[in-house]
Design a binder for this molecule. Structure first.
Ligand code: PEP
Ligand code: MG
Length: 602
């Protein structure tokens, strides 16, 4: 029977293909004891499972090395050494001798090691926690004879849909982009890191499906509709045909939109908007540069760390940043310093926190780890000779952080001078405005920074106290709440008064209705996913900035997000109707409801 699950649309596009289920979680281990005469066999079973895991990990490592590079593959060497570790094996043996079955003994020892490593004050030790977890899952799956869920070994061209609870960094580097065509996850929302990653990779994705992994039947074919946030198991022939047609239409529309890529981004009443792209991976820079974007408004450098055992060194970072700068020269490229923590790439080395989003993340972590931060700053200052670089600091809450960061940047420049390495020391330093604290001190921040970029994903989260990654709260996460709109407006006004550039680089800017709202708030610079550049340009060229401002004047006074949305939508639709036939595609985008049908089974 066909089963339609609705989740959150995370990355547009349609894929029809076999589902590859990846259950990457510690399996439940039912306690079991062994008699004295069974102990030797049980110990042999332990070693066989560990050896088999090593064999498997070697295959994974080789494949990752081939696809992603030696640095990304190194994490698997760490896991191989854990599986072969004599102390670990002998601790498990001891428990088996006490009567525990191999799987229970292994589970207990790994649990203890994870606890111990997690509590360590040494960052390198803490970094091993996620590797221990991966080893625990892998070896227990072997000991319990569970199906092999590795996304390794899928034939190329499988066009598979990767279905998993959540996508961790180590899973991300493992999967084969020639075999996986779409992503579907139980967890996540439109602004959580799995969604950002899918968009960066250009893979259609639906997230926030809640229990999809539990409802899948083996061997299922499915449809991922990343545009509307649907996952359809066992579709009928008619539905497959319908979706093939939809996919064709979507591709045609995307092609048709490409004619706007080269067009100037100016509103009907002559207001020029600077439209840049969010580029997260250096590999995408070349493609992003052809999207029609006038540079990069946000490069999330934490994606350089995805699935790695160690942070990239200065030279590697220098190469990555230079690639993006060269691809977009002479346009500006805004590179953000590491924003690690929260739900973003929780590299194992970071302590477990009760409230990660309020925790040791982003600029806080960088200022507390000056060696790590100066390495990144040196790489950035060196890369700056290849283009028009601007450096941006994430999650700023005070001017003091900017001063500290600037002092470290000066130190980094001095180190490069001492080494005689070519670089630029005068790179503009800007900040992300993504906390109410930053907005309310924007006037002070503007005196010490070159530009503002509003990160609406976090600004909404911290203003409305709504976890951006919590699927339960997805309807409460809205940038159209009057409080958020007022904060954006205030940032724009304070930035303009100080004569510095203000842009918006959160996901909000990629959606036509939201882009219209931002124009209405006076925003003149947007940074969007490369795939959205043409559509947003089309929107800009179809509306009047004055109409957006008039709509926003009303929306700002609306008591609720719902009322603000109604006002903006009706005004935007009126604008688009004036736009004639060419605006039909946009009309459909704005007018459509995300989920056509909430029913589960059809
Ligand atoms: C934001 O918070 O809006 C933003 C652009 O940064 P990120 O999504 O990486 O937190
Ligand atoms: Mg942010």
């Amino acid at each position: 029977m066909t089963l339609v699950l609705s989740g959150v649309p995370a990355s547009a596009g349609i894929v029809i293909g076999p589902v590859h289920l990846l259950r990457w979680e510690v399996p439940e281990v039912v306690p079991r004891t062994v008699e004295a005469h069974e102990v030797d066999a049980e110990i042999a079973r332990l070693h066989a499972a560990c050896d088999q895991a090593i064999e498997r990990l070697r295959a994974v490592r080789d494949r990752v090395e081939e696809h992603a590079g030696a640095e990304e593959a190194a994490i698997f060497d760490v896991q191989i050494s854990i599986c072969g570790d004599a102390d670990l094996r002998s601790s498990v043996e001891t428990l088996i001798r006490q009567g525990f079955a191999a799987e229970k003994a292994f589970d207990l020892v790994l649990l203890e090691w994870r606890e111990h490593f997690g509590r360590s004050t040494n960052a390198l030790m803490r970094e091993r926690v996620s590797d221990l977890l991966d080893v625990q899952i892998r070896v227990l799956s072997l000991l319990l004879d569970l199906p092999d869920h590795d996304p390794v070994g899928l034939p190329k061209g499988s066009n598979a849909i990767l279905l998993t609870h959540d996508l961790t960094p180590s899973l991300t580097v493992q999967f084969d982009r020639d075999a996986i065509a779409a992503i579907a996850t139980d967890a996540g929302t439109g602004t959580s890191h799995v969604a950002i990653l899918a968009r960066s990779l250009g893979l259609p994705a639906v997230v926030g499906l809640r229990d999809a992994t539990a409802r899948l039947e083996p061997g299922t074919v499915a449809i991922v509709d990343g545009t509307h946030g649907l996952l359809i198991f066992n579709p009928s022939e008619e539905r497959i045909a319908e979706y093939r047609e939809r996919a064709r239409v979507e591709q045609e529309e995307a092609r048709a939109l490409q004619r706007y890529a080269r067009a100037e981004s100016v509103t009907v009443d002559g207001v020029r908007i600077t439209l840049r792209a969010n580029v997260d991976m250096p590999d995408e820079a070349a493609a992003g540069a052809t999207s029609g974007a006038e540079g990069v408004g946000l490069m999330r450098t934490e994606f350089l760390v995805v699935g790695r055992a160690a942070m990239p060194d200065e030279d590697e970072q220098y190469e990555a940043y230079s690639r993006v700068l060269r691809a977009f020269a002479p346009h500006p490229v805004v590179i953000r310093t590491y924003d690690i923590g929260g739900d973003k790439l929780p590299v194992g080395g970071f302590p477990h926190e009760a409230n990660p989003f309020l925790g040791w993340r982003a600029i806080r972590m960088c200022l507390d780890e000056p060696e790590l931060f100066r390495t990144q700053l040196r790489a950035l200052l060196r890369a700056a000779v290849h283009g028009d670089l601007k450096i941006m600091l994430p999650l700023i809450v005070s001017v003091a952080e900017v001063r500290q960061a600037r002092a470290l940047m000066n130190e980094a420049a001095a180190e490069l001078v001492a080494r005689g390495v070519p670089h630029r020391a005068d790179v503009p330093l800007g900040v992300m405005i993504e906390t109410p604290a930053a907005v309310l001190t924007a006037d002070a921040l503007a005196k010490e920074t070159a530009f503002f970029s509003i990160g609406t994903n976090d600004l909404v989260q911290y203003t409305l106290a709504v976890d951006r990654g919590n699927i339960q709260l997805v309807n409460r996460f809205t940038a159209l709440h009057p409080a958020v709109l007022r904060l954006i407006k205030r940032t724009q006004d304070d930035g303009a008064a100080a004569g510095i550039e203000v842009s918006v680089c959160g996901e909000m800017a990629s959606q036509p209705l939201m882009a219209f709202a931002l124009l209405g708030l006076g925003i003149r610079q947007l940074s969007v996913a490369p795939r959205s550049v043409a559509a947003v340009k089309h929107l800009i060229r179809t509306v009047r900035a004055s109409a957006a401002a008039a709509a926003m004047a009303l929306a700002l006074d609306a008591g609720t997000a719902e009322d603000a949305e109604k006002i903006l939508k009706s005004r935007l639709l009126a604008e688009l109707r004036h736009g004639g036939e060419a605006a039909d595609g946009l009309l459909a985008l704005v007018d459509s409801h995300i989920v056509p049908d909430q029913a589960d089974t059809h």
